[in-house]
Structures are given as C-alpha cells and as structure tokens.
Write a protein that binds this ligand. Structure first.
Ligand SMILES: N[C@@H](CCC(=O)N[C@@H](CS)C(=O)NCC(=O)O)C(=O)O
Length: 203
C-alpha cells in the first residue's frame, strides 16, 4: 500500500496511528506529498487534492482519512477499531465525528491565519474557535465514557485532534478548565503509535 503522506497533517496522523495500532504500518510505503505545491501530482490520485490518499495493493485509491482508517481496520485480525454493530458503534462514530470536526475547525483557523491580513475574517475565525471550544467541552464531559471503552478510532482521532491543538495552537490553552481531558490525553499520548507520529514542521 502507498500513502500520500505529510508529517504535519493531522488527518495523515490519524491514518498512521490507525495503521500502527492495527500492526499494518510496515505494509505502508509513505509517499511524501505537499498538497499545497502547485506542481503536485496528488490530484491524479485524489481529485479533491488533499492528503491522505491510500493506494491499495489492488490499485484502488481511497480517501478521505475516515474511509482509509476503516479500510485498514478491515485488513487485520483481532479487535476492530470501528465496532461492527450495536450501541458502541454509534458512540464511537459520534465521537470520531466530533474530533474530526475539531480538526476541521482548527485547520480552517490555521489556514485563515495564513491569508493576507485584509482577506482574513475575524468573524469566521471566532466561529471556528467557538466550535472547537464547545466540542472540547463536550469531550471533557465524555471522558469517563471514552475511558470505559476499548481502543477505537474515536480515541485515535481525539488524540490526534488534541495533538494538533498543541502543534498549531488555533485556540488558547485547551487544557484550561478541562482537567479530565488533559489527564486522558497525557496518558493516551504515551502510546508508541502517538509518540512515533508527533507532528513536526520540515526543517
Ligand atoms: N476530510 C479530509 C481532510 C483532509 C485535509 O484537509 N488535508 C489537508 C492537509 S491537513 C490538505 O490536504 N489540504 C489541501 C487542501 O485543502 O487543498 C480527510 O479526513 O482526509
């Protein structure tokens, strides 16, 4: 399998953490890809022009990160990261969606900050920050539920979303007023899969 890869993309990180937790990372060849490079050939694989995109051994190309993670989860033995059925499936998918939404709002905030000052919209940025903070408050209230479940895609995406908030800091200290979430993340981020994928800007 070949993965269109960027070391700073939190969506790529979701895929890499999933691959490691599923014991599949050594089957994935990383293809360094900068989606912002005007010369990139990425749209050949993903018409949306975003990373991650995964070329399977069968030659199909999958995107986006949620689809790739579920595909990888179907390629290994043992406990699945996406519960197949029952209440736990909906709880996990809901938390996955919530953490993905934090990522989307955080990435939009960061991208807005890169536009020229006169094009930036304060209202738009405030809207994204409010969405992030409300979602973090919901996660703070969900920590005992999260803690009570076996490892799932929800844990992985929540971990990657909090890691991205630390990396790009789109909102002021997310730990403030959220002690349970901060404690959960401190433990979760010790996992080898999280340690091996800490985002860093290329030098
Ligand atoms: N919903 C997509 C989001 C992927 C995404 O936004 N990737 C960013 C990098 S962090 C990207 O490639 N952006 C390029 C662009 O927006 O044109 C997923 O989950 O895979």
């Amino acid at each position: 399998m070949q993965l269109r890869y960027s070391p700073t993309s939190p969506y790529v990180r979701k895929v890499m953490v999933t691959a490691m937790e599923a014991g599949l990372d050594d089957k994935i060849e990383k293809v360094p890809t900068n989606p912002w490079d005007p010369e990139t050939d990425l749209p050949k694989d993903n018409p949306i022009g975003k990373v991650p995109a995964l070329k399977t051994d069968g030659g199909d190309v999958l995107f986006d990160s949620a689809v790739i993670c579920e595909f990888l989860d179907a390629q290994h033995e043992g406990d699945t990261l996406f519960p197949a059925a029952g209440d736990s499936r909906w709880t996990v998918l809901k938390l996955h969606a919530l953490a993905d939404a934090i990522l989307d709002a955080a990435v939009m905030t960061v991208l807005e900050g890169k536009r020229s000052k006169e094009l930036q919209s304060k209202d738009w940025v405030e809207r994204q920050k409010k969405a992030i903070n409300r979602s973090l408050d919901t996660l703070e209230q969900s920590v005992s539920e999260i803690d009570g479940m076996r490892l799932s895609i929800a844990h992985i995406v929540i971990g990657c979303a909090l890691g991205y908030l630390d990396f790009r800091k789109p909102v002021a200290d997310w730990r403030e007023g959220r002690p349970k979430l901060a404690k959960w993340y401190k433990e979760f981020s010790k996992r080898p899969s999280m340690q091996a994928t800490v985002p860093k800007d290329p030098v």
